[in-house]
Design a protein around this ligand. Structure first.
Ligand SMILES: [Zn+2]
Length: 349
């Protein structure tokens, strides 16, 4: 008897000592807490941040219908004629359900008169029915001048572009920089190690401008163009620090933020997030930035609408970090604004 017991203990100890690769570690939590079924958003919603270039409109519509999503904004990554075609493809399929944000075209940055052309293109996008234009992080992290200098986000030559955007009521979306962890070394203390190991090209450690410098440059633009409406994607790239985002919103009434791809961050600080949503209910846009999918949307609704505890956040396949999230149980009047009313201010000014 004793011999069997000893053998058993020996076996268990030996197996526990086996090194388990982090990538294979997939613990199942043992909490017994309610899991609310939220099939669709409680009120009609608008996904203000998505990328649909690779999607078929009919397939997207089925998902929207299943989730009570009234409208979705495609931030096309095409430029020129291809962008126009993309816009038409979705508009023709369902004019009331799809909108398009244009992508800033840098393709001829080194050609003469580029900066004038930016302004002309912006006007053309407006005429074609686009609902905004997005400036991506290649500005500040990658794009160089003809002289070989890294372009600053607040490059003086963009001033006429931002002014024109205000004049013709074309919201400008910014996605400058990325989560803080993406600007740190990819090592054992980086809390997004697995994600960065899966996508090493997402890391910007050692970038020409630091993350703080990039945001500083971006933020100065909001002040300088008070008549232009700006949308800061991904909670202004500082969802780790909502006090910073709050300060930015306080200082700039011309600014909105979207929550695209940041449920993981928001859901691990539920008290801070809830306070933030209550205070800035008029300035926050629902957006996902994830491939349309019924389960993905339901996780968002669960986060925003319920008091559920410790559940998976919506994410791309490689996940954002090893944690779970908590619902923030937003009141109806806040949900209505975040889901739809705020986006309508931008889509139908
Ligand atoms: Zn995006």
């Amino acid at each position: 008897m004793q011999e069997n017991k000893d053998k058993f203990i020996e076996m268990v100890t030996a197996s526990a000592r086996v090194e388990l690769p982090l990538s294979d570690f997939a613990p199942k939590h043992g909490l017994c807490v309610p899991a609310t079924d939220v099939p669709g958003s409680k009120f009609p919603s608008i996904d203000y941040h998505n990328h649909l270039d690779a999607q078929e409109p009919s397939a997207v519509l089925k998902i929207l219908d299943a989730c009570n999503i009234e409208r979705i904004v495609n931030i096309t990554m095409q430029t020129g004629d291809a962008a126009l075609q993309m816009h038409r493809k979705f508009k023709e399929a369902a004019p009331d359900r799809f909108d398009t944000i244009a992508w800033f075209d840098w393709s001829d940055l080194h050609e003469p008169a580029f900066w004038d052309r930016c302004v002309e293109r912006l006007e053309r996008c407006k005429d074609a029915g686009f609902c905004g234009i997005k400036i991506w992080k290649d500005l500040g992290l990658k794009l160089k001048d003809v002289s070989g200098e890294m372009l600053r986000v607040d490059d003086e030559r963009l001033v006429p572009f931002f002014e024109k955007a205000g004049e013709i009521q074309m919201p400008v979306m910014f996605h400058i920089a990325d989560p803080d962890a993406f600007f740190l070394p990819i090592d054992r203390v980086n809390e997004r190690y697995e994600e960065l190991a899966a996508h090493p090209d997402w890391g910007f450690y050692g970038s020409h401008f630091s993350k703080d410098e990039l945001l500083e440059q971006r933020d100065s633009i909001f002040m300088r163009h008070p008549k232009t409406t700006f949308v800061c994607a991904h909670l202004a790239e500082r969802s780790e620090d909502l006090a910073y985002v709050a300060g930015l919103l306080d200082a700039n009434p011309n600014l909105f933020v979207d929550i695209g791809a940041r449920t993981a961050e928001l859901g691990r600080q539920p008290y801070t997030s809830r306070d933030f949503f209550l205070k800035y209910a008029d300035r926050i846009l629902f957006g996902t930035d994830l491939v349309p999918d019924v389960e993905m949307y339901r996780l968002h609704f669960r986060f925003l609408e319920t008091r559920d505890e410790y559940f998976d956040y919506p994410s791309h396949a490689s996940r954002q970090g090893r944690w779970q999230i908590y619902g923030i149980d937003l009141p109806d009047d806040v949900l209505k604004r975040v889901y739809r009313q705020n986006a309508l201010k931008l889509l139908e000014p």
